[in-house]
Write a protein that binds this ligand. Sequence first.
Ligand code: AMP
Length: 541
Amino acid sequence: MQGIMQDWQLTSNKILEHANRINPTREIVTRRVGGNIVRTSYAELYTMSKQVSGALIESGITLGDRVATLGWNSARHMAAWYGTMGIGAVLHTINPRLHPEQIAWIANHAEDKVLIFDTTFLPIVEAVKDHLQTVKTFVIFAGADDMPENSVGAVAFDEWIAGKSLNARWGDFPEETACGLCYTSGTTGNPKGVLYSHRSNVLHTLITMSKDAMGMGADDVVLPVVPMFHANAWGLAFGCPATGANMVMPGAQMDGASIYELLDTEKVTITAAVPTVWLGLLGYLRENNLKLPHLRKVVIGGSAVPEAILRAFETEFEVDVIHAWGMTETSPLGTLGTLPPHLMNADIDTRMTQKLKQGRPPFGVELKIVDDENNDLPWDGETSGRLVVRGPAIAGGYFKGDGGNVLDENGFFDTGDVANMDQYGTMQITDRAKDVIKSGGEWISSIDIENIAVGHPKVANAAAIGIYHPKWDERPLLIIQAEPGQDPSKEEVLAQLEGKIAKWWTPDDVAFIDEIPLGATGKINKLKLREIFKDYKLPTA
Ligand code: AMP
């Protein structure tokens, strides 16, 4: 027997439609690339988004077509977002911090037809335009007055949408329809696309806005420093309009002084970013003897929260830290470190120890730790195993089938993280099985660095591993085994990489070793290397 309830498809346009009806005067406050502050209500955002849909339809965009953005967090970016998703086209957020060659590769792989970007990224777009095989329409997030000269035939966003019909039909498709696309630098090979559906995004929103997760309401003012190109600003691009919270968008300026100014003038109650951003803010607050009277909580994730940052927020500035873990593949929130009831009144050290762990999954995220034979491991807070995850907002594969089947026989996705779980479901990351380096919340592909380094005639084998760094969490160390009889210098090795990788990928140091340890299958044994170099101090640290 079936239930007799309405069929209300979970499509993301309903989020903005709700904001427009119920919280029309709540605002998105944007610091534009030029530095000026602009206020946009949800009602205005709704109109702008409908106009974007109109402009896209005129450009020939239909269901399933990909529309790419290279953009900072802004109200215009939000309009591009909802205008694209509303008509069932797919919003592809590209990470501008990637090497231009990779950006072109991703845009071609995604077959993006439209590219909308901030002025900041014009040099990148101009550099790669001849390699973009499918982009027909270029739009710059600008008005007529601040539109830069360009060689790609771009139009200004405000002019592109001006006067466009508001009649585009939204949500006229099943909830399983693709909605957003975000590439992640996987362990091996090229980046892979995570293809969110409307249903997964709406469910992720419902799952993560609850009290023990993000815990937001209409009276909150939320500053997502985390970019929209990082898995939907950790869901906030949906969660804020869904709850009616004000959004404060930092644009391109994420230094301590700029972030503080917004926190203070806009009376921000919730903010979110990777640890590196908070180092800048904390330094600025101390230098200028400032406090954070309005801020209730700060969500920190993307890499582990250092204890110094946790304690500074909690004790010096009286702000609740929510340590969060997740991945692009998990939409992204997987666990959040709100205190469980039995620890609410514990002493400060116990609470801090708990908060350094990655937190507990909300309802809708199923976690397990397993051994190499996929057997469940006990939740005793000690036993470590591969962390696997299942749920309605977890990737079931990658775009175009890249990477093949990624689920085990029970439908769990292997995160590549190694963790333990305690009896209350608190998860703690203890290691990473995947072979990537995370610097300031952004991936560096160790394999790319290694492949280029071994191209040097004096190099026999090369391995890149992440070494602890107080500011960036990890920075790459390149380990070189020289060809017999050769003695390459650090400078020679680094010169080999120059121009072939993004500058910020350049290893902070080069170490030489007689023999790089190999595993049973002949692959570099990174676990062993991490063990050998565990006390290594980078000259930049
Ligand atoms: P991304 O797909 O770029 O969001 O990266 C996801 C990966 O970042 C995870 O699989 C972890 O390896 C790492 N990560 C994210 N959040 C945390 C955290 N709170 N602590 C430790 N590692 C994290």
